[in-house]
Write a protein that binds this ligand. Structure first.
Ligand code: ATP
Ligand code: MG
Length: 299
């Protein structure tokens, strides 16, 4: 990608990046926003996405060769916001050996016997890798905050469960992310922001289309009943954990084609900032290469 294209990418993603919680309000962000791109521009958007994905694959190869940096992409959203499809598209060109996706569901009894970061820490990507979390430790201040009975199952001593617990969790999560960034693991957090009306449309489609029936879960409709509480929980979580080092991206999610483009743009923009290149071989190593070449030639 040339300089102009990277500049375009930077401009596209800028309005959605939250680097400070101060004054952040979810209602200032429209799920239907498409950064001025019209439905008619979809072909162009698709082409941009393809170019971005191709570029990411090339960059991932250098990321691996350098072995300094890793990328952790965290995806959070209400049901049917398009996490799965977005992950699939954005990682489509990447060498499977350089990328891992981990989905976090209700914790198992083994997981509940540990602190809540434990199960996530084990899947943080190694240097040279791109790791994706499909849901994450943020569930601890989202679903667990909305359904506080879940806290009771976490085996915490009652003295540790106080009114301050959410603020403590935000602080711990933010510190943990800063720790990762200081170790060369860049953290990008995506909230795929879908509207309640669009979620209903997608649920209906899952019910109406036999090929999509398997995606439907009655539990999702029950969660929808807590919509407002979830939105507040998301707003609070973003407010308390957005930082320059580990920004949140509030990605409009009513149009899937735009969601994919904006997420890819955020990743491209971050990687571009690393100015990756293949490791340069030093004089001694070059001599070794020359010797190996001579040996092969003389076989
Ligand atoms: P999809 O529905 O597209 O397959 P999903 O991420 O919604 O993907 P599900 O198996 O439907 O996957 O749901 C996982 C559930 O696990 C979600 O409702 C989520 O809130 C819940 N969950 C994840 N982490 C925790 C946690 N730490 N504590 C309690 N519930 C959690
Ligand atoms: Mg689900």
């Amino acid at each position: 990608m040339d300089k102009d294209q990277l500049e375009r990418v930077a401009q596209l993603v800028k309005p959605y990046r939250i680097t400070s919680g101060k004054g952040f309000r979810l209602r200032d962000f429209s799920p239907a926003d498409t950064a001025g791109l019209k439905s008619a521009d979809r072909a162009e958007a698709k082409e941009m996405l393809e170019r971005g994905v191709e570029w990411l694959a090339e960059q991932q190869d250098m990321l691996y060769a350098q072995d300094h940096w890793a990328l952790l992409l965290v995806f959070q959203a209400m049901d049917a916001a398009g996490k799965d499809g977005t992950i699939k598209h954005v990682t489509s060109g990447i060498n499977p050996q350089g990328c891992s996706v981990t989905s976090f569901k209700q914790p198992s009894s083994e997981e509940l016997d540990h602190d809540y970061l434990w199960r996530c820490m084990r899947h943080v990507p190694a240097r040279g890798q791109i790791g994706i979390f499909n849901r994450s430790y943020y569930e601890e201040v989202l679903v667990v905050k909305v359904h506080q009975e879940l806290l009771q199952r976490q085996k915490l001593h009652p003295s540790l469960v106080t009114k301050k617990i959410w603020k403590q969790r935000y602080a711990d999560i933010a510190s943990y992310e800063h720790y990762l960034v200081r170790n060369g693991i860049l953290v990008l957090k995506f909230f795929l922001h879908v509207s309640k009306a669009e979620q209903k449309r997608r649920f209906m489609e899952r019910l109406d289309n036999p090929e999509k029936n398997w995606k439907f879960s009655a539990a999702d409709v029950a969660e929808r009943g807590h919509w407002a509480t979830y939105q507040e929980a998301y707003e609070d979580a973003i407010r308390h954990t957005a930082s320059k080092q580990a920004p949140w991206y509030v990605i409009p999610a009513d149009n899937k084609w735009f969601t994919r483009l904006a997420v890819a743009a955020a990743v491209v923009h971050t990687i571009a900032g690393l100015k990756l290149h293949y490791p340069v071989v030093g004089a001694a190593a070059r001599r070794e290469l020359a010797a190996a070449r001579a040996r092969l030639r003389n076989e």
